[in-house]
Design a protein around this ligand. Sequence first.
Ligand code: PLP
Length: 465
Amino acid sequence: MLSWSNSSPVKDLPVFERSEGVYLYDSNGKRYLDWTSQAVCVNLGYTVPESIKDRAEFGSEKSVLASLEGPYGAQDPGAQGESGYGGLGLAPVRAKLARLMAEICPGDLNGFLFPSGGGEANEAAIRMARLYTGKQKIFTQYRSYHGGSTSSLGATGDFRRRFTESNTHGFVKFFNPQPSGFSWGSTDQSATRRTLATLEDQILAEGPDTIAAIMVESRELGESEMDCFGVDCGSSIVGAGGVLVPPEGYIEGVRSLCDKYDILMICDEVMVGFGRTGHFFAFQHFEGVIPDMVTSAKGLTGSYLPLSMVGVRQKIKNYFWEKPVGWGATYHAHPVAVACAYETVKYMLKEKIVEKVQSLEHVMMQELQNLVLKHDSVRQARNVGLFGCLDLQNPNGHFIQRLGGASPPEVQLLRQAMRDQGLMALFRPPLLHCAPPLVIQARRGAHCGELRSLRCAVLLVWRDP
Ligand code: PLP
């Protein structure tokens, strides 16, 4: 299968035959703990809760299409006021999901669009921001990923934007508060003050009357730029990637600049939305911040089916009530996926998944910090809720890996050791991501308890210099 990286076959990859809870089982019956929920998306693990299976009816013997009274559902004109946009037939479930979203979203975020993927949601949000404001420029951060379609990749700041260099017209990049090669200051206050002052200067230089929106990831899983097209980023990157927690006051400051210059604020919560950081939405960590638009995906359905969302505030909803959104797709708000999202969010509320993540935050923090204390090879660790990351280092203090180049021996060793120990994780040297399904258990079991098994694995496998 082709993907972002080169697709030459990787040897000895396990072939998974079944899955259960937070585990996958290969063809030899060996069990692997999924330490990063696939692409930080299988938020409720692999066992589909009965309530989701039954009521969304995609697992029952009753045919999916029969359960929908036709492929796009019964017409329900009364639903239009709830579900927002589009000229497709309206299945009642769409209105139900839109109503539920309006209940969980703070403030007046109450207009919704339901595309199929995160990049598509950002694509739609960008287009809507341009139409609503009549302005073209979208400000995004260098350390960001917003999706693989043309506009969302144009908005992307990490190395992948170079795949669409000719289509990035209208996107202006700005530096995150955590640059890799220099410092904005040693305290949160100075980092916030200087980053915001620089951003304001950039807004003035570009012209506020040309800027439609500033799009940020409210909590970012920073990319290692080690992989960037043969550029040797050296040791300057260490400590700057991973879960980039914005310094105090930063996100609030971005909101204020948007208000001051009449620019929309878009929060990309494709990865962090739906409980990952201990709130339904990560922007809820920041006092008084309500974005004008929020996008999300992944956790919306626990990734059992593909669905994403764009949520917009009342003023934008009103605007597009009268005018076309200029975006649509055949599978937009597909009723089966919408039913799955509705039941997933209901399940999260009933099982208090967000509260559970809050209670596990300190367990993960403790486990990751223990690794920092015990191993020279683990330089730094961070997490917010169950969204975390380890910065690893070799005896020279850094890894060097070029895109398409051979992995350093330590990386190969750790990859193999994790596989031997039954641990699957996104590993973008020097970053090892830590984002297990939100249903992971902290209990001490036969070994260390699920949430403690990274420690077990690292203790067992990592050979310190
Ligand atoms: N935005 C963010 C912050 C993401 O993390 C991702 C994917 O990981 C996307 C957008 C793109 O989402 P998708 O892969 O569903 O198109």
